[in-house]
Write a protein of this length. Structure first.
Length: 616
């Protein structure tokens, strides 16, 4: 058939339909067409290179394997040229309609059904090319096949209903696409705008991408190379480039998987947790790529919220290129990626904790708060995350931590629960009245210093079948306690009971139950939270937020120590000096509230103390 004169063709009905979808609804941002065309060009070169391994007799075999873009701001055109395998006349026609033949019906059907489960129907040269018509008045495709002696052609269309094909002479091997831009798309004829787009989406394309003769992509897609070939310096350089960071990464995980999904990932933990300084909440910043081409730089659901401190890239061949941010067409796939990566990262952290304990502990000191968030909120991974948590305890040195697993190995046979105490710091917990009963019984208590710990502990609830119990809670029973040796002058059980009853009457509404207790060793008294629904920490938080309920007067149960000199003195004063005894009772309650972090109104206390001092 002669092809010397232009020949006109109508688009098939399916192609018209597809074009309409691509132009009007598949992509939310017009700039995406640059990514799609560069991606096609890269694939075409890749295929050519592959083909060259077996085919020796190819057209223009000296051509540099490059992609060249040029803009013409006056003519309002953008030109992309590649040295790929090119297309013959038949292939131009065939490739244009490939999707229409191979499953476009199913594709269209899937889209019309909401497009939620779009499998990868679109092959390597998919609908991407059509995206040019989002911005083009006309598109000209010049192409010469790698097959020698095949003439070159130019394909021309305005995307409305028909196209023309004509033979041309001066086209080298590969494809050159010339886009004449619509009037409102002139920005894509400026070098600055195209540079920006290339740097965003095409920074890691395997072949040189030149814009106006200048090389754009200078960084390698490190995540696709083998670990053994990469130096620490290269990793750090990549981290800085990818995360726009100036620090050195604290930890890195480079891994690949083939099942259940094909994944290459390179993840970094930065040096510092910037949220800690009261800076804005971190945004997800592990970018999602498909074969080196950016899909989304801030994919919302690629990782769970608590991993928002991670930087880096995830690349999966299983992703269709045209997943764009607003049209995440394959939720299920992203969810699967999320599962695999999260599991893998948790495994990595547990290995770090085991093999590089010091580095892990430093990581934990900085980023532990995110693990706590995960332990409390990520139900699917809770059990594994809890193993990564670390706490100081009554048995660790100051600044040293223990895991819950280690705590459990130290538990005596009769201990059934894991105890913890909240407090602003180690000194405050150690000097408070709550710890002494546990210390006397050789029961280890975890120390929690952060406001979130309360929430974390109540969400985690148990570890290894053992309940996590607040050591200052009224329900804590230390039944098997060894009775402290009786001493001269200790209150009898009856005296203690009578004193407790008297205290209850004297203190009135300020206390719930008052009883003698074995929990105490040195302190005279201790307040245990009588409010099952609001811990002191919660109360403080609600007060800070001006929430209702925090204003109600504090009500606590009081436990007294019948062996304490102060209590013995009080028992004697009760009959000898009733007025003074009442003052002492009030003061003992206030002191115990201070230790519990529940003391709120010092005004009465000052007056009372002066009154007491008068009696000395
Ligand atoms: C997509 C234009 C039909 C090659 N190189 C490049 N693009 C390619 C191919 N496509 N298909 C093969 C496409 C067009 C038309 C299909 Br008309 F770009 N750069 Cl080898």
């Amino acid at each position: 058939m002669s092809t010397a004169t232009p020949q006109k063709f109508e688009f098939q009905a399916e192609i018209k339909q597809l074009l309409d979808i691509v132009i009007h609804s598949l992509y939310t941002e017009k700039e995406i067409f640059v990514r799609e065309l560069v991606s096609n060009a890269s694939d075409a070169i890749e295929k050519f290179r592959h083909l060259q391994l077996t085919e020796k007799d190819v057209a223009d075999d000296q051509l540099a394997l490059e992609i060249n873009l040029t803009t013409d701001d006056t003519a309002k055109t953008l030109t992309l040229q590649d040295a790929g395998l090119g297309m013959t006349r038949a292939e131009l026609i065939e490739n244009l309609g490939t999707i229409a033949h191979s499953g476009s019906k199913a594709f269209l059907k899937a889209l019309s059904e909401g497009g939620q489960k779009n499998s990868n129907l679109i092959g390597q040269f998919g609908v991407g090319f059509y995206s040019a018509f989002m911005v083009a008045k006309t598109v000209k495709v010049y192409s010469r096949s790698w097959k020698k002696d095949e003439p070159a052609h130019v394909w021309t269309s305005d995307g409305s209903g028909s196209y023309e094909i004509e033979e041309v002479d001066d086209q080298q091997r590969g494809t050159k696409i010339v886009i004449e831009l619509k009037d409102d798309c002139g920005e894509f004829a400026t070098e600055g705008r195209i540079k920006e787009i290339l740097e965003r989406y095409s920074a890691f394309v395997s072949f040189p991408v030149n814009l106006g003769g200048k090389l754009i992509n200078t960084v390698q897609a490190l995540w696709l190379r083998s670990k053994s070939e990469i130096t620490d310096e290269q990793y750090t350089e990549f981290y800085k480039f990818q995360a726009h960071a100036y620090d050195e990464p604290r930890l890195r995980l480079h891994f690949s998987a083939d099942a259940p999904l094909q994944i290459n990932a390179l993840l970094f933990v930065p040096k510092d947790n910037t949220e800690k300084f009261g800076m804005a909440r971190l945004e997800p910043s592990v970018s999602l790529f498909c074969r080196k081409v950016l899909i989304d730089s801030k994919p919302k659901d690629l990782l769970p919220e608590w991993l928002r401190f991670l930087k880096g890239v995830v690349d999966s061949e299983d992703l269709p290129l045209n997943i764009s941010r607003e049209t995440m067409q394959d939720r299920a796939l992203v969810e699967k990626l999320n599962k695999v990566i999260t599991k893998r990262f948790i495994k990595f952290l547990s290995e770090e904790a085991k093999n590089r304990t010091e580095a892990y502990n430093e990581f934990y000191a900085e980023f532990g708060v995110f693990l706590k968030e995960g332990a409390a909120l990520d139900y699917a991974h809770k059990d594994e995350i809890v193993k990564l948590l670390r706490f100081e305890s009554s048995l660790t040195e100051k600044g040293k931590t223990t895991s819950l697993a280690e705590y459990v190995t130290r538990m005596g046979a009769e201990q059934k629960e894991i105890y913890f105490l909240m407090g602003p710091n180690r000194a405050a917990i150690e000097s408070g009245p709550y710890l002494e009963g546990f210390k006397a019984r050789n029961l280890e208590v975890l120390f929690c210093y952060e406001a979130v710990d309360e929430y974390v502990m109540s969400n985690v609830r148990e570890f290894d079948g053992k309940k996590l119990v607040a050591a200052d809670h009224a329900d804590v029973k230390l039944a098997d306690a060894p009775k402290p040796p009786a001493a001269e002058g200790d209150l009898s059980e009856d005296d203690a009971k009578a004193l407790a009853e008297w205290l209850k009457t004297t203190l009135g509404d300020r206390v719930g139950e008052v009883k003698a207790s074995d929990r105490l060793v040195d302190s005279p008294a201790l307040a245990v939270n009588a409010d099952k629904f609001m811990s002191p920490q919660m109360r403080r938080m609600m007060k800070a937020m001006n929430k209702d309920g925090a204003d109600a007067p504090v009500k606590v149960n009081l436990e007294i120590n019948p062996r304490s000199a102060v209590i013995k003195h009080l028992a004697a004063a009760r009959t000898a000096a009733p007025e003074k005894a009442a003052l002492i009772a009030e003061q003992i309650l206030d002191n115990s509230l201070i230790s519990a972090g529940l003391f709120e109104d010092p005004s009465k206390m000052v007056a009372r103390l002066y009154k007491l001092l008068e009696t000395v």
